[in-house]
Design a binder for this molecule. Sequence first.
Ligand code: HEC
Ligand code: HEC
Length: 225
Amino acid sequence: MAMLALVTGLSSTAWAQTAPEPRTLPNGKTWTFDADAGRDIMRTCAACHGEFGEGGGGGVYPRISGLHPEYIAEQLRAFKSRSRENIPMIPYANDRELPEKDVLDVAYYLASITPPRHPPADDIAMDAYERLKLAKQAVQIPLQPGDVAAGKALFNADCMECHGRDGQGRVKKPPLAQQHMPYLRTQVGLFLSGQRQHEDVDELMRPKSAKNWEDLWAYISTLDD
Ligand code: HEC
Ligand code: HEC
């Protein structure tokens, strides 16, 4: 897989390429990462988030592949405790359906998938199954209208510190690059209305005009190119 990523040259940052340390679960048992269990759990998520966590519903369902594993786990716990409201996921994210062991297995499984930025080019030799798999995993964000240079200036001033240079994200800070635009736009609406929490929303988000947002999205939509 590492070779393939090199050959196609299309991958973005990957977290969790080494096996995570075992840890003690709330029930006292020891968790060690079980990638097969993670893949099995992902079947129940695939209807909305896609087979490989690439996102779906025209970008309403976020890409969850290649995110930082501890960010994924934290969001799943927030859905379970309802501190982050997510009505579609209520039947899937509760203690019975998704105990802590499953949270960790699916989080580390998803983190191990690096979504390519493009489907593999036709002239790269690979077997048909691998080609299909990479094409399904690919996440490419359509360019958004707006002033890219102005958006970049806003991003570097207000967002880069946490979301990383080029929007790749950091530990427990989600990427904005290569994430679906309808989802990101919805999240900003939720932050502004207080339905989801974001640091310093009154300083970072509330003062921005509609044009500022268009420019930010225009810039962010270029980051996976
Ligand atoms: C019925 C559809 C549906 C299913 C099934 C589903 N999800 Fe989701 N998921 C959503 C929606 C909708 C959101 C976005 C909610 C919002 O707007 O805040 C989301 C958000 C997320 C996020 C947050 C992403 C981010 O960037 O913050 C994670 C992580 C996630 N889902 C993981 C999972 C996992 C793991 C499963 C399977 C156990 C799953 N989901 C099953 C609909 C679904
Ligand atoms: C002080 C750190 C910090 C700064 C600065 C910051 N963010 Fe965030 N952002 C976060 C964290 C942490 C989260 C995840 C919140 C959570 O845990 O639910 C987040 C989440 C988001 C999300 C949702 C992503 C997802 O996958 O669900 C969007 C959209 C977002 N931020 C946009 C922005 C924009 C635009 C800026 C600049 C105007 C910005 N943020 C600046 C820390 C920051």
